[in-house]
Design a protein around this ligand. Structure first.
Ligand SMILES: *Cc1c(COP(=O)(O)O)cnc(C)c1O
Length: 405
């Protein structure tokens, strides 16, 4: 007897999805501009003249976003973690030494990946929420020769900003190590200059700072990194994540695997909008938006998790007052106000994203209002109108003033 399976009975998508989409104000994914959504609905041949033009455009647009002239800029079919893994697996293997600078979930993930490919891994761990310490890194680099140093520019998981990135990269260069930077939440939201700062690998995702869709990421390699990759040839364990393999498509317009066409078109539009806005203007918008939000939160009576000196603007972490359940606060915001923010990986905080389209004043007002109402609903006293007023005042400030902050 052949077994036959009846078709499953399922809820329709229309029954699962909310009738009104939630405003995504968490740690990613973030809202996407209309041009990105439209491009994401188009499928064309992944090879041929039309796609070649798209690929060439994405590369020059991405070079601007990364601030690099390197030709080794590529899209990656996969989450930001796939781009992280591409960086790691192409530069580390058994016999290679990696120094992993860790201060949260994502910098830890880079360490897991480095161990996974068999590299000899040393970790310097700064407990959350602390930034990486320059003197510790210097000591480590001077006492041992490392092939690769890994770090994140902004730790989305706890809201810490590693503002010393440029200096850390200089130390790496001076001691003969390549440096790999996860800029998933920070690229195009705060300054990063790949060439000027001497960064060898820079990674970003779609669904954070650049405001595209999840699932298509970007990676850029320096000439120094590429030399290591070419010397090794195509002998690594990963086929899809091979940098040389991917460059068949991104460098030579040849077939590697069928590229995620809609996601690349979406990335094209997201990057085009970044270029249109210009990085300089975009950084000001992000800074003003995030500082206004921070001001509003504090004036409302809430406490921020990370001290001001190394607070990340791209993701703002808020301490949960004693006895208040962050999950209840977030659920109330979603149910009553259609606004979604994030919890955290094991920390007593909630997080509000300030990446790309999240940094619009109408989104800020809606979010702060929903948050204040949710705290009130939990019986926690907040001064919502003082918070809203402080935020409004900050948003009205002149951009010349914001630059100087
Ligand atoms: C979100 C994030 C990641 C992981 O992104 P995925 O797309 O989920 O793989 C890595 N690093 C940082 C800094 C992030 O914010």
């Amino acid at each position: 007897m052949l077994t036959s399976f009846a078709p499953p009975k399922i809820q329709l998508l229309s029954q699962i999805l909310p009738s009104e989409p939630l405003l995504l104000m968490g740690a990613g994914p973030v809202p996407i501009p209309h041009a990105v959504a439209q491009a994401n609905s188009v499928v064309i041949n992944h090879l041929g003249d039309t796609m070649n033009k798209v690929v060439d455009n994405v590369k020059v647009l991405a070079q601007y976003a990364f601030q690099t002239r390197s030709p080794y800029v590529m899209g990656v079919a996969g989450p930001s973690s796939a781009a992280m893994e591409m960086g790691i697996t192409n530069l580390l293997w058994k016999g290679k030494k990696a120094l992993v600078l860790e201060n949260g979930t994502f910098s830890n993930r880079l360490g897991q990946m480095a161990s996974g490919v068999g590299a000899d891994v040393t970790r310097i761990i700064a407990k959350e929420p602390s930034p990486l310490k320059l003197d510790e890194i210097k000591k480590a680099l001077e006492s041992e020769k490392y092939d690769l140093v890994t770090l994140v520019q902004g730790e989305t998981s706890c809201g810490v900003y590693n503002a010393q990135l440029k200096k850390i990269a200089q130390l790496c260069k001076a001691n003969g190590a390549l440096v790999l930077v996860d800029a998933v939440c920070t690229l195009s939201t705060m300054p990063l200059k790949m060439d000027d700062w001497g960064l060898d690998v820079v990674i970003t995702g779609g669904q954070k700072g650049v405001s595209s869709i999840p699932g298509v990421s970007l990676i850029a390699f320096s000439k120094d990194a590429w030399d290591v990759i070419e010397k090794r040839g195509k002998t690594g364990p990963h086929w899809c994540l091979s940098a040389l393999g991917s460059f068949e498509f991104w460098g030579n317009h040849d077939y590697h695997y069928t590229a995620p066409v809609p996601g690349i078109l979406a990335m094209h539009e997201a990057l085009r909008l970044i270029c249109e806005e210009t990085l300089a203007q975009r950084f000001i918008r992000h800074k003003q938006s995030s500082l206004a939000l921070q001001e509003g939160l504090e004036k409302m009576g809430l406490e921020l998790y990370v001290p001001k000196e190394y607070r990340l603007n791209s993701v703002v972490a808020i301490n949960m007052p004693k006895g208040i359940d962050g999950y209840q606060v977030r659920s109330y915001m979603a149910e009553k106000f259609n606004v979604e923010i994030s919890g955290a990986f094991g920390l007593e905080i909630i997080r509000i994203g300030q990446m790309g389209e999240q940094c619009r004043s109408h989104n800020l007002f809606r979010t702060l209002h929903a948050l204040g109402m949710a705290f009130r609903n939990e019986g926690y006293k907040v001064n919502l109108s003082a918070g809203m007023a402080a935020m409004e005042e900050f948003l009205a400030r002149d951009s010349d003033e914001i630059i100087l902050l």
